[in-house]
Design a binder for this molecule. Sequence first.
Ligand SMILES: [Zn+2]
Length: 368
Amino acid sequence: MNLVLSDHPAAEWQEVTPRTACRQCGKGSWCARSEAGWEMCMRVPGGIERVNKNGEVYWLTAPHGSNAAASPPEFQPAPGAPLADPDDLNLVYKLVLDKLCLSQEHRQALQKRGFTDEQMESIGFRSFGPKDLPGLAKTVAETFPDVWQRVPGLYLKDGRPALCITFGLLIPCRDARSKIVGLRVRLDDQTEGSRYRWVSSKNHNGPSCGALASVWRPESAPDLTTIRLTEGECKAGVAADLTGIITVCAPGIGQFTSPLVRSIIAQLTAELTQHSQVDVCLLLAPDSDAMTNPQVHLAVLRALECYPAAKVEVWPVEHKGIDDALVVGADVRAVSSAEYRERLIASERTEVVALGQAQHLLEHALVH
Ligand SMILES: [Zn+2]
């Protein structure tokens, strides 16, 4: 097998597209493939586990038919432009959002998902379309002359500041200190296959988005005894508000155990413990397809190993996400990891359990 490292390792890896989707998760973005055929998946556990500089976990699988024990090429993303610090990102993104409005169409879509007008305003949802382009980049650059080129979404085009934000619903993503550190877009044009995209300047030699996990706090005083971990920004926002529980949004179920997510949970746990003096309970809220999808199920099992005291929230399987279940008032319960495994077996999805366990054992063998 030819696995000679080139002088420019980053050039060996290409991000997947809808046409060259990832073999591991089937999605057409975020994951990558090397020239030699190695697959790097950000979503689904399997193969060799590594951590990137953002604190995200990823999994490498060998080229089809090759020796799985061989070393993969180094994955080193292109260095890119430096990223502004969270306080500066927060100031710039707040200005951008202040200059935009929320369209009636997006407002109605958010209402359907369970958001009230007050929540939409305090979260800061906005719409971005063609009419918003003129002048906005110039205003931002003039207000923050020393910082703007380090903010994903802005770049220098023909000597002038320009925006590279795809048209759609802008979702501000906050860190554990409630600073807006990233913008997620729900695309208006979803013909390319992916519905969401991070605002980034990496295609224009600017900074790519930084930390991709976000923290969603309820409007009212939060429950000081509990933290929830789920995936999906809107889902996390709705769940936080309807339950009063601070909710962490991981950028995919495979990232539940990433160093980035673990550090956010540790920060929030320290914050809540200061006020409540009781042990903080972690709730995992994977989509209900964990019961039927072996890959999702495997990721939940890994998360339970990483957070042994965590409980898993369950609800009737006809509702996919916890937000769907909460919005219609379905019965949502937190069960222990032991009970969760029993429920899985009782669902008669034995092939899911067996496949999950087999993959788990295989990975254990690879790691140790
Ligand atoms: Zn993938």
